[in-house]
Design a protein around this ligand. Structure first.
Ligand code: OGA
Ligand code: MN
Length: 213
Protein backbone atom coordinates (compact mmCIF):
# COMPACT_ATOMS: atom_id res chain seq x y z
CA UNK A 1 0.00 0.00 0.00
CA UNK A 2 1.56 3.34 -0.98
CA UNK A 3 1.39 6.60 0.98
CA UNK A 4 -1.09 8.17 -1.41
CA UNK A 5 -3.56 5.33 -0.92
CA UNK A 6 -3.25 5.61 2.85
CA UNK A 7 -4.07 9.33 2.63
CA UNK A 8 -7.19 8.63 0.61
CA UNK A 9 -8.23 5.98 3.13
CA UNK A 10 -7.92 8.30 6.13
CA UNK A 11 -11.25 9.66 7.31
CA UNK A 12 -11.26 12.36 9.96
CA UNK A 13 -13.30 11.31 13.00
CA UNK A 14 -14.81 14.34 14.82
CA UNK A 15 -15.17 12.50 18.15
CA UNK A 16 -11.54 11.35 18.13
CA UNK A 17 -10.39 14.81 17.02
CA UNK A 18 -12.20 16.32 20.00
CA UNK A 19 -10.59 13.79 22.36
CA UNK A 20 -7.13 14.52 20.95
CA UNK A 21 -7.68 18.27 21.14
CA UNK A 22 -8.84 18.06 24.78
CA UNK A 23 -5.89 15.87 25.77
CA UNK A 24 -3.42 18.21 24.06
CA UNK A 25 -4.89 21.35 25.61
CA UNK A 26 -5.96 20.14 29.09
CA UNK A 27 -4.33 16.68 29.54
CA UNK A 28 -7.69 14.95 29.84
CA UNK A 29 -10.93 14.39 27.95
CA UNK A 30 -14.43 13.48 29.12
CA UNK A 31 -16.65 11.79 26.55
CA UNK A 32 -20.32 10.89 26.95
CA UNK A 33 -20.92 9.07 23.65
CA UNK A 34 -17.90 6.84 23.11
CA UNK A 35 -20.12 3.75 23.58
CA UNK A 36 -23.84 3.40 22.88
CA UNK A 37 -26.28 2.86 25.76
CA UNK A 38 -26.73 -0.73 24.50
CA UNK A 39 -22.96 -1.35 24.57
CA UNK A 40 -22.73 0.01 28.11
CA UNK A 41 -25.59 -2.23 29.16
CA UNK A 42 -23.95 -5.42 27.83
CA UNK A 43 -20.58 -4.47 29.35
CA UNK A 44 -22.29 -3.86 32.68
CA UNK A 45 -24.01 -7.26 32.48
CA UNK A 46 -20.68 -8.87 31.65
CA UNK A 47 -19.01 -7.31 34.69
CA UNK A 48 -21.87 -8.34 36.97
CA UNK A 49 -21.86 -11.94 35.66
CA UNK A 50 -18.10 -12.29 36.18
CA UNK A 51 -18.29 -10.76 39.61
CA UNK A 52 -20.99 -13.26 40.55
CA UNK A 53 -18.63 -16.05 39.43
CA UNK A 54 -16.34 -14.61 42.10
CA UNK A 55 -13.28 -14.27 39.92
CA UNK A 56 -12.42 -10.72 40.92
CA UNK A 57 -9.24 -10.11 42.93
CA UNK A 58 -8.35 -7.46 45.44
CA UNK A 59 -6.59 -4.75 43.51
CA UNK A 60 -2.90 -4.31 44.23
CA UNK A 61 -0.62 -1.32 44.37
CA UNK A 62 2.17 -1.58 41.84
CA UNK A 63 2.17 -3.96 38.93
CA UNK A 64 1.87 -7.71 38.74
CA UNK A 65 5.56 -8.18 39.56
CA UNK A 66 5.16 -6.09 42.66
CA UNK A 67 1.78 -6.82 44.17
CA UNK A 68 1.11 -5.53 47.62
CA UNK A 69 -2.47 -5.24 48.78
CA UNK A 70 -2.86 -1.97 50.62
CA UNK A 71 -6.44 -1.53 51.67
CA UNK A 72 -5.75 1.90 53.11
CA UNK A 73 -4.89 3.12 49.61
CA UNK A 74 -7.42 1.35 47.38
CA UNK A 75 -10.39 -0.90 48.06
CA UNK A 76 -11.61 -1.94 44.63
CA UNK A 77 -11.68 -5.49 43.28
CA UNK A 78 -10.59 -6.08 39.71
CA UNK A 79 -10.56 -8.63 36.90
CA UNK A 80 -8.12 -8.26 34.01
CA UNK A 81 -9.72 -8.75 30.57
CA UNK A 82 -7.84 -11.06 28.21
CA UNK A 83 -8.28 -9.85 24.64
CA UNK A 84 -7.57 -13.38 23.36
CA UNK A 85 -10.62 -14.75 25.21
CA UNK A 86 -13.36 -12.17 24.99
CA UNK A 87 -17.11 -12.52 25.20
CA UNK A 88 -19.36 -10.52 22.85
CA UNK A 89 -19.42 -7.45 25.10
CA UNK A 90 -15.65 -7.42 25.51
CA UNK A 91 -14.97 -7.86 21.82
CA UNK A 92 -17.10 -4.87 20.94
CA UNK A 93 -15.23 -2.97 23.65
CA UNK A 94 -11.85 -3.90 22.16
CA UNK A 95 -13.06 -3.15 18.62
CA UNK A 96 -13.69 0.45 19.63
CA UNK A 97 -10.48 0.70 21.64
CA UNK A 98 -8.43 -0.68 18.74
CA UNK A 99 -10.09 1.73 16.33
CA UNK A 100 -9.15 4.63 18.64
CA UNK A 101 -5.57 3.34 18.98
CA UNK A 102 -5.17 3.09 15.20
CA UNK A 103 -6.43 6.66 14.86
CA UNK A 104 -4.15 7.98 17.63
CA UNK A 105 -1.13 6.28 16.09
CA UNK A 106 -1.91 7.73 12.65
CA UNK A 107 -2.57 11.27 13.82
CA UNK A 108 -0.50 11.76 17.00
CA UNK A 109 2.56 9.51 16.64
CA UNK A 110 1.94 8.26 20.17
CA UNK A 111 3.32 4.81 19.36
CA UNK A 112 0.67 2.90 21.30
CA UNK A 113 1.62 -0.76 20.92
CA UNK A 114 0.14 -2.33 24.01
CA UNK A 115 -2.91 -2.04 26.16
CA UNK A 116 -4.30 -3.51 29.35
CA UNK A 117 -7.82 -3.30 30.73
CA UNK A 118 -9.61 -4.57 33.80
CA UNK A 119 -13.09 -4.50 35.23
CA UNK A 120 -13.23 -2.72 38.57
CA UNK A 121 -15.83 -2.86 41.29
CA UNK A 122 -15.68 -0.53 44.27
CA UNK A 123 -17.80 -1.89 47.14
CA UNK A 124 -19.59 0.66 49.29
CA UNK A 125 -17.12 2.45 51.55
CA UNK A 126 -14.07 1.95 49.34
CA UNK A 127 -11.92 4.55 47.57
CA UNK A 128 -8.60 4.97 45.78
CA UNK A 129 -6.38 7.59 47.36
CA UNK A 130 -4.60 10.22 45.32
CA UNK A 131 -2.06 8.62 42.99
CA UNK A 132 -0.50 8.60 39.55
CA UNK A 133 -0.91 5.65 37.15
CA UNK A 134 2.75 5.05 36.37
CA UNK A 135 4.87 2.85 38.55
CA UNK A 136 8.59 2.73 39.17
CA UNK A 137 9.00 -0.31 36.94
CA UNK A 138 6.37 0.54 34.35
CA UNK A 139 6.57 3.95 32.72
CA UNK A 140 5.01 2.70 29.50
CA UNK A 141 1.50 3.79 30.40
CA UNK A 142 0.70 6.83 28.28
CA UNK A 143 -3.07 7.25 28.46
CA UNK A 144 -5.43 6.12 31.20
CA UNK A 145 -8.94 5.20 30.09
CA UNK A 146 -11.92 4.76 32.41
CA UNK A 147 -15.46 3.86 31.33
CA UNK A 148 -18.21 3.85 33.94
CA UNK A 149 -20.72 1.01 33.98
CA UNK A 150 -22.94 2.25 36.79
CA UNK A 151 -26.68 1.85 36.86
CA UNK A 152 -28.80 4.34 34.90
CA UNK A 153 -29.86 7.21 37.13
CA UNK A 154 -26.58 7.28 39.09
CA UNK A 155 -26.63 10.28 41.45
CA UNK A 156 -23.80 12.57 42.55
CA UNK A 157 -24.71 11.60 46.16
CA UNK A 158 -23.60 8.02 45.38
CA UNK A 159 -20.01 9.26 45.77
CA UNK A 160 -17.09 7.69 43.94
CA UNK A 161 -16.22 10.88 42.11
CA UNK A 162 -13.02 10.81 40.11
CA UNK A 163 -11.01 13.88 41.08
CA UNK A 164 -8.25 15.02 38.73
CA UNK A 165 -5.67 17.34 40.28
CA UNK A 166 -4.80 19.82 37.57
CA UNK A 167 -2.32 22.63 37.38
CA UNK A 168 -3.66 26.05 36.45
CA UNK A 169 -0.70 28.42 36.17
CA UNK A 170 0.93 26.98 39.27
CA UNK A 171 -2.31 26.69 41.23
CA UNK A 172 -3.76 23.27 41.93
CA UNK A 173 -7.36 22.87 40.85
CA UNK A 174 -9.66 19.90 41.38
CA UNK A 175 -11.67 18.66 38.42
CA UNK A 176 -14.52 16.55 39.79
CA UNK A 177 -15.97 13.96 37.42
CA UNK A 178 -19.05 11.95 38.43
CA UNK A 179 -19.03 8.31 37.29
CA UNK A 180 -22.21 8.55 35.24
CA UNK A 181 -22.95 5.44 33.17
CA UNK A 182 -21.39 5.49 29.72
CA UNK A 183 -19.04 8.32 30.57
CA UNK A 184 -15.44 7.81 29.42
CA UNK A 185 -12.48 9.69 30.89
CA UNK A 186 -9.09 9.64 29.19
CA UNK A 187 -6.07 11.34 30.73
CA UNK A 188 -2.30 11.45 30.57
CA UNK A 189 -1.08 8.65 32.84
CA UNK A 190 2.31 10.18 33.57
CA UNK A 191 1.09 13.64 34.52
CA UNK A 192 -2.33 13.62 36.13
CA UNK A 193 -2.63 12.87 39.85
CA UNK A 194 -6.11 11.69 40.71
CA UNK A 195 -8.25 9.88 43.25
CA UNK A 196 -11.56 8.08 43.63
CA UNK A 197 -13.50 9.59 46.53
CA UNK A 198 -15.33 7.23 48.90
CA UNK A 199 -18.07 5.25 47.23
CA UNK A 200 -21.52 5.18 48.81
CA UNK A 201 -23.16 2.84 46.27
CA UNK A 202 -21.29 0.00 44.56
CA UNK A 203 -19.39 1.54 41.62
CA UNK A 204 -18.61 -0.34 38.39
CA UNK A 205 -16.14 0.49 35.62
CA UNK A 206 -13.64 -0.71 33.08
CA UNK A 207 -10.23 0.89 33.48
CA UNK A 208 -7.22 0.51 31.28
CA UNK A 209 -4.08 1.93 29.81
CA UNK A 210 -2.71 2.56 26.35
CA UNK A 211 1.00 1.87 26.47
CA UNK A 212 4.18 2.16 24.48
CA UNK A 213 6.29 -0.97 24.17
C1 OGA B 1 -7.30 3.55 38.65
C2 OGA B 1 -8.14 4.78 38.78
C3 OGA B 1 -10.22 5.93 38.38
C4 OGA B 1 -11.70 5.69 38.35
O1 OGA B 1 -7.87 2.44 38.56
O2 OGA B 1 -6.07 3.69 38.63
O3 OGA B 1 -7.60 5.79 39.12
O4 OGA B 1 -12.44 6.69 38.19
N1 OGA B 1 -9.47 4.74 38.48
O5 OGA B 1 -12.12 4.56 38.50
MN1 MN C 1 -5.52 5.72 38.66
Amino acid sequence: MNALFEDIEFVENPLYERIINDIVTQKYAVVEDFFTAEEISVLRQSLIAKHEEDVFKKAAIGNRVNEIIVKSIRGDVILWIDEAHTNAAESLFFNKINHLITYLNKTCFLGILRKEFHYALYPTGTFYKRHIDTFQNDDRRKLSFVCYLNEAGWLPENGGELVLYLDDQGMEVEKIIYPFPGRVVIFESQIIEHEVRPVKTERLSITGWLKTR
